[in-house]
Design a protein around this ligand. Structure first.
Ligand code: ZN
Length: 282
């Protein structure tokens, strides 16, 4: 079984950055933990893949969070990723289901076409960087590309895929992020846009043995990448008994004492990984 990982590199000429990843395992781990609907699995799969790709842009010990909030039944999609390839995610309503008239998963309809994407980056400064934009298409990939272009002024293309399997799991998930860095080579950008337009569905590249290597090779067919580096990816939560206890300690002590007196313990469930923490005293 192919483990999740990403590859990143820059073109030998023309200042383009390319990142591709396979995320099937981490998305299936999220499906198991959150008991996701098919629509939920595809939506969270795309968003977690986007978070994984963006984590490749972080420096050591930095983190980022993506918050998609829409007026559809999914309500929100939250993803966090760190520079070491740890990704976690959850949905406002993991049971929400929506299909188009042709029977395809309708992520944009489920998230809702009106809403916001907030990108938060903890890069070690006193307060985290935060940028909030309107959702562009609510299909996740286009929204992230729009964020890069709009908020960071970096022309970017994002392709994300999460293909549902018959058993409710995800057959394959992954994607790519391409950025044009200054000074931009316009002809190379034009060629890349044309290339993306003529490619086969992303899943066909990721399903094959070649994985992210094959996807990058297909994208950068005319301008090979150099300095390819690899990063393993995992579903990884940052919660711990100690961190949960800290949150409890900051809450109303009388209220918590009353719950413990009544039920014998107070239970906290992590919204990202569904781990349960029970405390019979504080
Ligand atoms: Zn957790």
């Amino acid at each position: 079984m192919v483990k999740d990982y990403l590859l990143r590199g820059v073109t030998k000429v023309g200042n383009m950055r390319g990142i591709a990843c396979v995320t099937t395992d981490m998305v299936n781990e999220a499906c198991r933990r959150h008991n996701l609907s098919v629509t939920g699995a595809v939506a969270l799969g795309r968003a977690m893949t986007g978070g994984a790709l963006m984590s490749a842009l972080l420096k050591d010990n930095q983190r980022l969070a993506l918050r998609f909030e829409g007026n559809g039944p999914l309500r929100k999609i939250m993803v966090e990723a760190d520079s070491a390839g740890g990704v976690r995610g959850c949905l406002g309503n993991p049971a929400a289901e929506m299909f188009s008239a042709s029977g395809k998963v309708d992520v944009a309809g489920a998230l809702g076409r009106a809403g916001f994407l907030t990108v938060i980056k903890d890069i070690g400064l006193k307060s985290p960087y935060q940028s909030k934009i309107q959702l562009a298409s609510s299909e996740i990939g286009e929204d992230l590309a729009f964020y890069f272009t709009e908020s960071e002024q970096i022309p970017s293309a994002v392709g994300l895929v999460a293909v549902p399997a018959a058993d409710g799991a995800i057959a394959v998930a992954g994607g790519f992020l391409i950025q044009s860095l200054p000074p931009a080579d316009e002809s190379l950008v034009e060629a890349m846009i044309a290339r993306i337009g003529e490619m086969a569905p992303l899943s066909t590249y990721l399903e094959q043995e070649a994985g992210p290597e094959g996807l990058l090779a297909a994208l950068f067919v005319d301008t090979p990448l150099s300095m390819l580096t690899r990063q393993d990816l995992d579903f990884r939560c940052t919660c711990s008994r100690a961190s949960v206890q800290k949150v409890l300690a900051a809450m109303d002590r009388d209220e918590i004492a009353a719950i413990i007196a009544e039920k014998g313990e107070v239970e906290v469930v992590c919204e990202f990984c569904k781990s349960r923490y029970g405390f019979s005293s504080l």
